[in-house]
Write a protein that binds this ligand. Structure first.
Ligand SMILES: [Zn+2]
Length: 189
């Protein structure tokens, strides 16, 4: 049987990314494949878990190591919808992942080609094969839609705050505090 194409697995990573977005996290998803089978999947949970290391790749590598009973994932391919950040690129080297397939680049934080290429640095003891661009347009559209929607929510909240600051509180005459304002974060990875 012919091996399944990269797009088949990237679609599963995209499903994880959509679920992350629906939960309020930046939509990034990943799956780890060994011998044509998905052994682990993960999605960005940084906001949900209030965990700065809760990126899709890290969670997927952890789940894969648990499922396989080994931290060394030499024969594995990691599919992820966005170019890994420095933390995740480092984790790919630590896990000895054989191949990385990512959908779209992250020009602001990508560490597997954009800002640097940590997974193919000849000074390190392991190098990862890279393929990029698989379902790239879908992945970047997902991210753009997410940030567009979040900017709309943010500006609605800011408008509401401005109104509240204009109108003094009826009892004390003091404007309400800004404690309810949600601070918008820049994207992880
Ligand atoms: Zn990351």
């Amino acid at each position: 049987m012919a091996p399944l194409p990269d797009t088949f697995f990237m679609q599963q990573a995209l499903a994880e990314a959509r679920a992350a977005g629906e939960a309020g996290d930046v939509p990034v998803g990943a799956v780890l494949v060994v011998d044509g089978e998905v052994v682990a999947r993960g999605r960005n949970r940084k906001e949900q878990d209030l965990d700065p290391t809760g990126h899709a790749e890290i969670l997927t590598l952890r789940e894969a190591a648990r499922a396989l009973g080994a931290w060394r994932l030499s024969g594995a391919t990691l599919y992820v919808t966005l170019e890994p950040c420095a933390m995740c690129a480092g984790a790919l080297v630590q896990a000895r992942v054989g191949r990385l397939v990512f959908a779209c680049r992250d020009p602001k934080a990508g560490a597997t080609g954009s800002l640097m290429n940590l997974v193919q640095d000849p000074r390190l003891n392991h190098r990862v094969e890279i393929a990029e661009g698989t379902c790239g347009e879908q992945a970047s559209a997902l991210l753009k839609d997410f940030f567009r929607a979040r900017r709309r929510t943010g500006s609605a909240e800011r408008g509401e705050l401005a109104e509240r600051l204009k109108a003094p509180d009826s009892k004390s005459g003091v404007p309400e505090t800004v404690s309810k304002v949600r601070i918008l974060h820049s994207p992880p990875c």
